[in-house]
Design a protein around this ligand. Sequence first.
Ligand code: NDP
Length: 248
Amino acid sequence: MEQDFIGKIIVVTGGTRGIGAAISKELIQRGAIVVAIYAQNDAAARRFLEGALDRSRVRTIKADVTDVAAIQSAFDQILKEFEKIDGLVNNAGIVRDGLIIRMKEEDWDSVLNVNLTGAFRCTRLAARAMMRQRAGAIVNICSVVAELGNIGQANYVTSKAGLVGLTKASARELAPRGVIVNAVAPGWIETEMTQKIPQEVRDHWLKLIPLQRLGKPEEVSALVCFLLSDRAKYITGQLFHMGGGLYM
Ligand code: NDP
């Protein structure tokens, strides 16, 4: 694999499982030092560390993106050790599905807090360092439902649509300092998040995907790594779909 990330420090939230772990793994393989932030699943973080190609190029930090102090301290720790941040992937995300008429306030709030406000918090902290460096790349992991809408996911859809807004606003604000911000919208990807979906719902969605299959975390990772690489320096404020043609 190309070694085009040597010397780069990349922070991946939710980087120990699912899509985030695939992104972390590819970045490590391509020479980066990855800091994978996670919320509470220590066993998954341990498995991720044990499976890492080169343990010297990976750190895990347990810090919930909804906890302002914990996230501040995580970024302080990263900057103390590495003195820079070249890339940030805002990937941490949760679902708390339910129809609007039955949705609890706490389910609305928690999804918005993790998926959207969490990304804002990490962007704010990474952007300070990147603006000083006059370089950096941020990738926000959105979802195809941000543009399609989805029944039973008003909180999730709103959080991801908001993340598209955050992508464009931060892209404009940070561009003069050489920092690019883009978004990737996966469709249906095989992870623990989608394993919980009932078979009939999966079958319904499969009929709507032109490429007739779910995607793999590694396929999302390939696009995310491109957007973090030096080859993407003239791309900012864009949303890229990765959903087998589900949205076009
Ligand atoms: P998983 O549920 O497999 O993994 C989620 C990751 O996010 C875990 O590492 C988890 O940490 C971390 N996380 C969750 N909440 C927090 C928090 N409050 N603070 C810090 N980390 C947190 O998810 P996927 O890999 O499936 O999804 C990754 C991203 O891709 C999400 O943003 C999701 O919305 C998006 N996406 C996924 C799709 C899919 O089909 N899978 C489709 C479209 C978008 P821990 O292990 O500690 O729980």
